[in-house]
Design a protein around this ligand. Structure first.
Ligand SMILES: O=C(O)CCC(=O)C(=O)O
Length: 283
């Protein structure tokens, strides 16, 4: 496994980072400055937003694995309830919880704080670049299943550490779930616990590792597969997703899978609609 390259935050960091973005190569920027979320803690967010209702991912273990039949199980609860069940009393009710993809817009006033440092602000200028900001929170020890996102990603660590195992967009032996499944952006492979009989072509040597500590920002390129482990008692993280125009065409297979996942979520996947029409005819 190779290590992802690192850069130090400096006033000219954008130019250095641009080379990695244009070659779709991951890199970690260390020592981020001028970034308000680095002052947050889970407790300070709870004090501000404890009563806010959020969507929480629920699992039977800290290994958050999804199936092709059901993308993932979601429950709605207040931030305080989540922190109680998922962080302060880990596993006490036999379930495990994580705030993954917690839209910043659910927390009034937070989006304004999740703003890239001035030295990096050029990346979101220009029109048509959908930008989503998320808050991630969990007890350490979680594992997020191997998947890719059809977006560019800046992922910043605030509390605890994350260990990313990354595989290039072009890698052909990732065993993605079926295109017509709910989760065609996911792979059933667990690279940290590899089943060689089931997945003989999976290449561990194709992987890269990036460990991020508070103040580190991973650039996770469009379509790169990633499995993520968290450490520490508490894990807090924010990320930015945005759309690169030319990569949508260059990595069309990822783009297509991403579009099908969105269609599934909206109930408009062609396969799902065909099934529904067939069911209606027989009724
Ligand atoms: O932190 C995690 O568990 C997953 C993060 C992730 O998948 C992402 O930022 O795209």
């Amino acid at each position: 496994m190779k290590s992802v390259a690192t850069l130090e935050h400096n006033d000219n960091i954008a130019g250095e980072l641009e080379k990695y973005i244009s070659s779709n190569t991951p890199v970690v920027v260390k020592g981020l400055r001028d970034f308000p979320p680095l002052n947050w803690t889970i407790e300070s967010l709870e004090a501000r937003y404890g009563n806010v209702d959020i969507r929480i991912v629920v699992s039977d273990s800290q290994n958050f694995v999804y199936s092709d039949k059901q993308e993932r199980t979601i429950e709605s609860m207040s931030l305080s309830e989540f922190i109680d069940k998922g962080i302060r009393n880990l596993g006490a009710d036999g379930k495990y919880y994580a705030l993954g993809r917690g839209f910043s817009t659910q927390f009034p006033g937070l989006t304004e704080e999740i703003v890239l440092p001035t030295a990096l602000s050029q990346f979101f200028s220009g029109s048509g670049r959908f930008l989503e900001r998320n808050v991630w929170m969990s007890h350490g020890g979680t594992r997020t299943a191997l998947h890719f996102d059809a977006q560019e990603n800046f992922n910043v660590q605030v509390e605890g550490e994350k260990c990313f195992w990354l595989y290039p967009t072009e890698n052909k032996s990732m065993y993605p779930m079926k295109m017509n499944s709910q989760a065609s952006y996911l792979s059933p492979v667990d690279p940290r616990n590899l089943d060689r009989e089931k997945f003989p072509n999976f290449s561990t040597s194709a992987g890269y590792e990036a460990i991020t500590s508070p103040g580190d920002m991973l650039y996770l390129p469009y379509g790169w597969w990633h499995q993520v482990d968290t450490t520490g008692e508490q894990n807090l993280n924010v990320n930015f997703w945005w759309v690169p125009r030319w990569k949508l065409i260059r990595y069309w297979s990822q783009t297509l899978r991403g579009a099908f996942v969105l269609a599934h979520r909206a109930g408009k996947h062609p396969h799902k609609r065909a099934q529904e029409q067939a069911a209606n005819k027989t009724n």
